[in-house]
Ligand binder design. Structure first.
Ligand code: SAM
Length: 333
């Protein structure tokens, strides 16, 4: 029998409405009630936000994608061997352009099922189709929803040995509490001996980080990406934020080793958000948070992940830019 063609090997399943996860509206309401008010990372990724993120990855000053791609180009064969799995799930896969390097090495070893989890259905469709067109022995089932729902789906659909990947240093986009909750979910999804592959940006000086997370002259990808969060709030919840009322910026906090994406109010603003039953009051000079990027040391990462039953097995670090990909192994319980 003829093997199935690329189109038949790529599909997308909605997992967003499975029980057990906090509803989206409740998450956004809770984030907006914090001080400073925060917009959860996933809210910014509609088709426009995803396209803007792709533009960010191409900015000459945004080293993260370039460095991670280099590590995957050099080390994917070794990573694939160590992962030794027939299924790879990825949290926040986006365009999966870098993941393709790893998947190419995986399918050389064995037929592989890739299970990207992302809130952007369009990205899941296009990346799955592109990967299957390029790689034989690959099947892609995109899980359309938030991380927790995707991991829940994996737990209820056992199969070949599994690995969970979290690339793009997106692990650092979550707060400490969110990271702990997510690591707990990942640990519950993986069996003893299975791998968790996570990339992390390491701490650096303020100038390097603020240069990376702000637009260089002549570009506006970061600014547009941050302002798109307000567009999403207006569209989903009927608020009337005026984008020009806010200045997008990124600031590094050395005490917490975190770069914070902000929208700073040019003047006092009171904005009702009818769909969430609340009103935001933002005084002049105050800001909304539109993204954390926590910078790690190896010790901090190993401690956080290790607390959830994982041991560090291998790491691949860039020789010039402090950035790494880390393979943790789920311990026997
Ligand atoms: C910073 S981009 C990284 C994309 C890709 N991994 C890379 O390295 O280029 C984050 C991706 O994660 C997705 N995302 C963010 N938060 C999410 C969540 N809670 N659940 C599912 N997807 C999420 C976004 O839609 C986006 O595609």
């Amino acid at each position: 029998m003829k093997p199935p063609g690329p189109a038949a090997r790529a599909s997308v399943l909605p997992v967003a409405d499975r029980g057990g996860t906090v509803p989206e509206d409740a998450v956004v309401r809770d984030c907006l009630r914090r001080t400073p008010p925060r917009l959860p990372p996933w809210l910014g990724y509609d088709a426009v936000g995803s396209e803007l993120f792709e533009q960010i990855t191409e900015l000459p000053t945004y080293y993260l994608t370039r460095v991670e791609r280099g590590l995957l180009e050099r080390h994917s064969p070794e990573i694939a061997e160590l992962l030794a799995c027939g299924r790879i799930a990825e949290l926040g896969s986006g365009s999966a352009k870098k993941t393709r390097l790893l998947l190419e090495s995986c399918v050389r070893l064995r037929a592989t099922t890739y299970l990207p989890i992302d809130v952007d259905r369009g990205m899941l469709r296009s990346s799955g189709a592109a990967l299957c067109a390029e790689l034989d022995r690959l099947e892609v089932t995109g899980l359309w929803g938030r991380y927790e729902a995707g991991l829940d789906w994996l737990r209820t659909h056992p199969g070949e040995p599994l690995a969970v990947a979290f690339l793009g240093s997106s692990f650092g986009n979550a707060t400490r509490g969110e990271r702990d909750a997510l690591l707990g979910e990942i640990a519950r999804t993986l069996g003893p001996g299975e791998g968790f592959l996570v990339s992390a940006d390491m701490d650096k000086d303020r100038e390097a980080l603020e240069t990376c997370y702000n637009d260089p002259a002549g570009h506006s990808a970061f600014a547009d990406f941050r302002l798109n969060y307000l567009t999403q709030l207006n569209r989903r919840y009927g608020s009337a934020f005026v984008l020009d009322d806010f200045v997008p910026e990124a600031c590094y906090d050395a005490d917490t080793s975190t770069v914070e994406g902000r929208l700073r109010a040019r003047a006092d603003r009171t904005v009702p958000v009818p769909g969430l039953g609340l009103t935001l009051r933002i005084p002049r000079g105050h800001f909304l948070n539109v993204g954390y990027s926590v910078k790690f040391s190896v010790q901090r990462l190993t401690r956080e992940v290790g607390a959830h039953g994982f041991s560090l097995q291998a790491q691949w670090r860039d020789s010039e830019t402090p950035y790494g990909i880390f393979l943790f192994r789920r311990r026997e319980t």
